[in-house]
Ligand binder design. Structure first.
Ligand SMILES: [Zn+2]
Ligand SMILES: [Zn+2]
Length: 357
């Protein structure tokens, strides 16, 4: 995928025509709508239940358990291990993380990884699958872009070439099997909390149903929107303490740090994508890095790429990292300090594929 000329302000130029057939497109939109709408309806049902009958402690504990189980599957597994190779995991752990991440309703593991690598290769310029700058930097374009980056892109006809961006995972039979099992893992992601709620309550069907709604559907909804907020808000609002590549406007957004398990230190991540810790500064909570540290102590993770002080110092901007929230705005005209850490090259998406950055 070659780079398309882009000035940093205008809407992205049109894409080349796709080869997707109309029938395939209809199926794609219907499946995506199901994956997005079912958790939303679950949340609506959860609110209704909470209003009328309350929610039990078991429901909340199960919700937290499955939120972090599937969330770490995405952040530790899909993102830091499989996309960026921030560490090496024992095969059983690698598979377990891929399975847990697949239960988050965010797509099959190999396509998730390919899409995210493409995002890093073309961040905030033509080719990025979910940039909030897709429709330019004017107020209307920015609002449209925010919706596109958060959710709209899922419904777009802009497939990512998996063979190009994730050939390593395609060559792994286990990952291919986990990818194919995505629909079954979605069902399991709802069935497990329902069964747990049913069994823990002494086999009450109502308890099974409330666990399904809270720890199943509402939990999926929350994690989906937190993950999507990293794609949308964490390229629009927040601070940029570290330099990134040209056009890359990734930000650190502290309010999302806990729920995103450290992923909202997104500017730091885009500045040093293979680093296993994204919250590198004092007080920056990064639960995902904590889990990787635990795996390392247990001997399940090796070759962990922990922050390198020299590299951090090289990438830290000279001014204090105190740009206020909502400071993203358009690209500064005189701002090599802010955005032009490295020139963009046409092959930047693939040149570093063994340690994708
Ligand atoms: Zn990003
Ligand atoms: Zn990443």
């Amino acid at each position: 995928m070659a780079a398309i000329p882009y000035d940093g302000f205008e809407p992205f130029p049109g894409r080349p025509p796709t080869t997707t057939t109309p029938q395939h497109r209809r199926i794609q939109v219907a499946v995506t709508a199901l994956l997005v709408l079912a958790p939303f309806l679950g949340l609506a049902a959860a609110v209704w239940l909470f209003w009328g009958h309350g929610v039990g402690l078991t429901d909340l504990l199960l919700t937290g358990f499955f939120y972090f189980l599937t969330g770490f599957g995405v952040t530790v597994g899909f993102h830091r291990l499989l996309t960026h190779r921030s560490f090496t995991a024992k095969p059983a752990l690698r598979t377990a993380l891929a399975l847990a991440g697949s239960m988050s309703f965010q797509g099959a593991v190999i396509s998730w990884v390919a899409t995210h690598r493409r995002h890093h290769a073309f961040t905030d310029r033509p080719g990025d699958p979910h940039s909030p700058y897709r429709y330019g930097t004017g107020p209307v374009g920015q609002l449209r872009g925010l919706l596109h980056a958060h959710l709209g892109w899922l419904f777009g006809d802009d497939p990512t070439d998996v063979g190009h961006f994730a050939p390593d995972l395609l060559a792994e039979p286990v990952m291919c099997r986990v990818s194919r099992a995505f629909p079954a893992l979605c069902v399991l992601s709802l069935a497990l909390p329902a069964l747990a709620g049913w069994a823990l309550s002494g086999f009450s069907l109502v308890a099974g149903l409330t666990a399904l709604i809270w720890a199943g559907l509402a939990r999926v909804f929350l994690l989906q929107h937190v993950t999507w907020s990293v794609n949308s808000l964490c390229h629009l609002l927040g601070t940029r303490p570290f330099t990134t590549r040209r056009h890359d406007r990734a930000t650190n957004l502290w309010p999302l740090a806990l729920l995103s398990m450290g992923e909202s230190w997104h500017n730091t991540h885009h500045s040093d994508p293979t680093c296993a810790r994204h919250g590198v500064d004092r007080g920056q909570i990064d639960l995902t890095a904590g889990v990787i540290r635990l795996f390392e102590r247990l001997g399940w993770a090796t070759d962990v790429r922990w922050p390198d002080p020299r590299r951090l110092a090289e990438h830290r901007r000279p001014l204090p990292d105190s740009e206020p929230l909502a400071s993203s705005g358009p690209l500064p005209s005189s701002g090599p300090r802010r955005f032009d850490a490295e020139p963009v090259s046409a092959d930047s998406g693939t040149a570093r594929r063994d340690r994708v950055s």
